[in-house]
Ligand binder design. Sequence first.
Ligand SMILES: C[S@@+](CC[C@H](N)C(=O)[O-])C[C@H]1O[C@@H](n2cnc3c(N)ncnc32)[C@H](O)[C@@H]1O
Length: 225
Amino acid sequence: MSTETRPPLPTTGRVTSRVRGEVAEKLQQRLATYAFNPAEVPQLGENRHVELEIGFGNGGALVHRAQLAPQTLHIGAELFLDGLKSCVHQLETQDITAKIVRLWPQDARVLLEQLPADSIDRLLVLHPDPWPKTRHHKRRLVQKEFLDHAQRVLKPEGELLMVTDWADYAHWMLAHTISHCGFVLQSNNPADLATPPADWTKTKYQNKAEQESRHNWYLRFGVQK
Ligand SMILES: C[S@@+](CC[C@H](N)C(=O)[O-])C[C@H]1O[C@@H](n2cnc3c(N)ncnc32)[C@H](O)[C@@H]1O
């Protein structure tokens, strides 16, 4: 197989899911309510702030922001069925409609390829899989190709927020994003890197990290067009 036709390396190590059979079929129907077509962004996002969270896990942070800012269009991408099921459950029980939240239940990199240029105000990547072993670094989501797409889809005043509790991945994100030249670090001093944005809520992986004495790095970048 040539490099061009080979599918991209998976960016998550999760292979098994508890969501199977009838439950999985029902989930597909429930997901259809929140289905997102990237070509619809110009209509759906007209005169609105548009945010995209990649790898939202169980959706806790996405739902939190949707409650805080229902006037915003919140798009979430996640490929883990258990996470999608949890997120849909929260949306349904809290009456959050598809006017406010849309879900992309596939690889977010495909979504980034399909999104129109200048369509997203804030792109969030919260606790992406860290792939700590050197031989696995090529599986990390944050790579040059990802940053190329992020720069293209962000609006001229747009922001890329990346959060990790792995110091090594934070250094990787900083090095790759600064050397990319499409972004400018918004943090003026080291304290900024430890300060969450105003609409922050702790995610499942943040809670896990804190139990293991790891703390978050909040990396905010403005885009350069
Ligand atoms: C370590 S978990 C973090 C989940 C959540 N953001 C949190 O902080 O609790 C990373 C998540 O990213 C998802 N993920 C990894 N690669 C992805 C991709 N290419 N597209 C969509 N989701 C992805 C995984 O399925 C997983 O749920």
